[in-house]
Design a protein around this ligand. Structure first.
Ligand code: PRP
Ligand code: ADE
Length: 172
């Protein structure tokens, strides 16, 4: 596996004191790093039927939409509150540094669609958990999830159901 970790910058005390922010900017700017990151994110699902890749706003859009292109599936955005026109379905959740609400278009997915949930970082796990709950509320079947970075110390994986595969490229 390529050394993605060298393309992720640690920024101490951003966006607030005590948080070490994982900056994916250098990874996105590196054509080989970004391409091999997408290849690695897609790899576990090669033989799995997937109807759509769902990315969480905003950094999950970058990886999720590139994966959807590579997998030849549709892409469905899970957006922060107030961005999508009605009708929407939404869920509230807590973040490592705040709280938020995620929404999906009520007609965004056919019932029973097999979807992958994608984000850049798994920290406390609140966002990924909210994404899963939202997709299930919308009638989709979450068959797996992928993140680029998992911050092990924050134990976000504990909030994720063991029965659904969750793949992380990098552990910090
Ligand atoms: O596991 P958690 O503790 O929930 O944190 C992970 C989430 O936090 C960041 O998003 P943020 O809400 O900061 O939005 P952004 O992608 O728009 O910067 C990150 O992109 C994940 O979505
Ligand atoms: N430490 C962190 N770095 C980047 N994104 C995050 N989202 C939540 N925690 C984060």
């Amino acid at each position: 596996m390529p050394a993605f970790d060298q393309l992720i910058r640690d920024v101490p005390d951003f966006p607030k004191p005590g948080v070490v922010f994982k900056d994916i900017g250098p990874l996105l700017a590196d054509p080989i790093g970004f391409a091999s990151c997408i290849t690695a994110l897609v790899a576990p699902w090669r033989d799995v039927p997937v109807d759509a890749v769902c990315g969480i706003e905003s950094r999950g859009f970058i990886f999720g939409s590139a994966m959807a292109l590579a997998m030849q599936t549709g892409f469905v955005p899970l957006r922060k509150v107030g961005k999508l026109p009605p009708p929407t379905i939404g869920v509230d959740y807590d973040l490592e540094y705040g709280s938020a609400r995620l929404e999906i278009g009520a007609q965004g997915l056919p019932a029973g669609a097999r979807v992958l949930l994608i984000d850049d970082v798994l920290a406390t796990g609140g966002t990924l958990d909210a994404g899963r709950r939202l997709l299930e509320q919308a009638g989709a079947r979450v068959i797996g999830a992928g993140v680029v970075i998992e911050i092990d110390a924050l134990a976000g994986r504990k909030r994720w159901p063991e029965a659904i595969p969750l793949r992380a490229l990098l552990h910090c």
